[in-house]
Design a binder for this molecule. Sequence first.
Ligand code: HMG
Length: 269
Amino acid sequence: MGSSVVGCKDCNGEHEAVSRKGDISFPVLVPNMKGLEAALALDVKEIGIFLSATEGFSRNNINCSVEESLVRAQAVIERAREQNVRVRGYLSCVVDCPYDGRTSPLVVLKMAKKMLEMGCFEISLGDTTGTATPQDIRRLLEVLLREIPAAKLAGHFHDSYGQAIANVKEAYRLGIRAFDSSVGGLGGCPYSPGAKGNVATEDLVETFENMGIDTGVNLAKLARIGDWICQQLRVPNGSQVGSALIARNTHKQTSAVSPEWRHLPRLIY
Ligand SMILES: CC(C)(COP(=O)([O-])OP(=O)([O-])OC[C@H]1O[C@@H](n2cnc3c(N)ncnc32)[C@H](O)[C@@H]1OP(=O)([O-])[O-])[C@@H](O)C(=O)NCCC(=O)NCCSC(=O)C[C@@](C)(O)CC(=O)[O-]
């Protein structure tokens, strides 16, 4: 549920600080061969390459055209696979682009197929602006699923307009089973002005559990971690479920130790 960028110009060595445990995957995003070499030096076992379905975002985010990004990606994938490193493909702006406007599902289909043919094991479909609605996701997936099995696709929905959970549910209904998320809804993208972070993991877990799908995640602990990280970063907690759980628990603890409210005069509503 999330990845770090080791291979970009402004990365800060976060990956070195992660202690690896069990069979959990710690993928990193790499934009080019230089990024891949940095990832290999850290003994990374899974990378994500990130391309855009649209020219405007490609030029702004990775400083090259879509065509050039495919050539670059091909070389990175070949080298990664030689080193037994798995490659996940991220495809940005699958519905809307901050520079080029709406994206045609047919363009997304063409790019996703190319990335799979090049050797990506899965394509994460990025609603980079977070403006997609469930109808957009349905229209997109109806086109993609004619030619790509659902197991090869994942949802990566930013929550700028508060639609990410609705989009996850629609994608799930259509067969998608992999979703990206971020604790506390952290994140965003410098090249997608106004975009909020990915759908919050806490909100995703609560949604799936309510749908009867066991996630294996301890939501109470997750909410505490999300709240802690947001406090450390001094940013608001972007998870609705996380914030609500923390507020409820704080209230329970406060009312347990200070029962003065019992002595307040009764209020009539
Ligand atoms: C792709 C580049 C590097 C091209 O940047 P560039 O300026 O075109 O690169 P360059 O090849 O011309 O090199 C310029 C300088 O950068 C250095 N350089 C070159 N490559 C690297 C590297 N890998 N690591 C460290 N340094 C690097 C290179 O060595 C050189 O240094 P100098 O000689 O001037 O001292 C740049 O545009 C960049 O870093 N882009 C990434 C921006 C970013 O992090 N975006 C957010 C990622 S998340 C995302 O895109 C979308 C996603 C996944 O969330 C899904 C969604 O929601 O859509």
